[in-house]
Design a protein around this ligand. Structure first.
Ligand code: FES
Length: 106
């Protein structure tokens, strides 16, 4: 079962188990992980699921699509090189993913 560890800006880490095919956003919302809103439910129209993907996890995910890249220009906290919208990050069996959440999503 894949897991995602979400580290908040204050260093608090929360690890949640997900299912293969779920997104990093869905896994956070389903498990009540703070720091990810996911207002649009994953339809790439809110940018409230912004995360910073830790280097060791970057290889699990493909490149950003153009729309995700455009939406990252509208996040509450400025994007960084490793910014992703977590609704676009799908889990696979056996993956243990590490992300950091931003100070704010709105
Ligand atoms: S949940 Fe809205 S863009 Fe990801």
């Amino acid at each position: 079962m894949p897991t995602v560890t979400y580290t908040a800006p204050d260093g608090t880490a929360t690890t949640a188990s997900g299912e293969a095919g779920d997104s990093v956003m869905e896994t956070a919302v389903r498990n009540g992980v703070p720091g990810i809103v996911g207002e649009c439910g994953g339809s790439l129209s809110c940018a409230t699921c912004h995360v910073f993907v830790c280097p060791e996890s970057a290889a699990f995910f493909g490149e950003r699509e153009d729309l995700e890249d455009d939406m990252l220009d509208g996040t509450a906290v400025d994007r960084q090189e490793n910014s992703r919208l977590s609704c676009q990050l799908k889990l696979s069996a056996g993956h243990d993913v590490f992300v950091r959440t931003p100070e704010s999503q709105v």
